[in-house]
Design a protein around this ligand. Sequence first.
Ligand code: 3HC
Length: 280
Amino acid sequence: MKVFVVGAGTMGSGIVQAFAQNGVEVYLNDIKEEFIERGYNNIVKNITKLVEKGKISEEDKNNILNSIHKSINIEDAKDCDLVIEAIIEDMKAKKELFKRLDEICSEKTVLASNTSSLSITEIAAATNRPDRVIGMHFFNPAPVMKLIEIIRGIATSDETFEKIKEISLKIGKDPVEVKEAPGFVVNRILIPMINEAIGILAEGVASKEDIDKAMKLGANHPMGPLELSDFIGNDIVLAIMEYLYEETKDAKYRPHIMLKKMVRAGYLGRKTGKGFYDYK
Ligand code: 3HC
């Protein structure tokens, strides 16, 4: 089996790592060499840590890295069994990419999107193979988190669904089946929870440290909501809230003004060195 991942950012490179660690030949594709190198170097760093911790051998490390091919040419996707798109959350960009992939790829190729909330049906409509288009939503950090949400678009076939379920199990994940709806399951619960935490902070009900401590010790979450927002990226959190709000027009999904302000200031979280906390 050969898998092709488009987008070498945090999610794309994490997805590549998840496949490579489970013996699957995988391509790491992006439009610029520097993006590919950054993603690849992150994978090398993570795998090296696993060796240092004694979880895998030096030989395992070499096998993992040898199963990763760097690709700057989208045409390399042509005879892959599965393509996973992990580019920016922009419907127009995704549709253009899927249209191109549909032209390039062989009949057998399934086209999956790692979108965190957008409509699989709409993405699939840009292709002539909507039965072979599906959502495959990974969670950050992709090599560690067990869940994959498998999302069916209106025309996704049972065969495509079963294939993706099988592949998810093969790489050690535990998938759930989700019908298409804004935010799917996890983000529809998680992101409004983070938005609520921001509201609590803005109202001065508790300090950021205490809000995070409260949810870690009171609800057993591995990270507090504000720490998690910085980890996901405050821009991503805002984009998902905006999408939930736009699709449903339900006031309960209105993004908090403080979240908007943070994003406007460039306080995006870990990736910019500043968010609710300082990372410099
Ligand atoms: N690659 C490989 N292994 C990794 C890794 C990576 N990128 N990142 C962490 N790990 C491993 C570590 O090696 C460690 O392994 P070990 O226990 O076998 O030694 C294990 O994961 C735990 O890592 P750490 O000890 O460094 O740190 P923590 O115990 O604090 O765990 C965490 C880190 C797994 C990130 C944990 O804090 C966590 O689960 N946080 C919540 C993450 C979460 O909610 N993610 C979902 C975000 S929402 C999303 O992604 C959807 C999107 O659409 C917005």
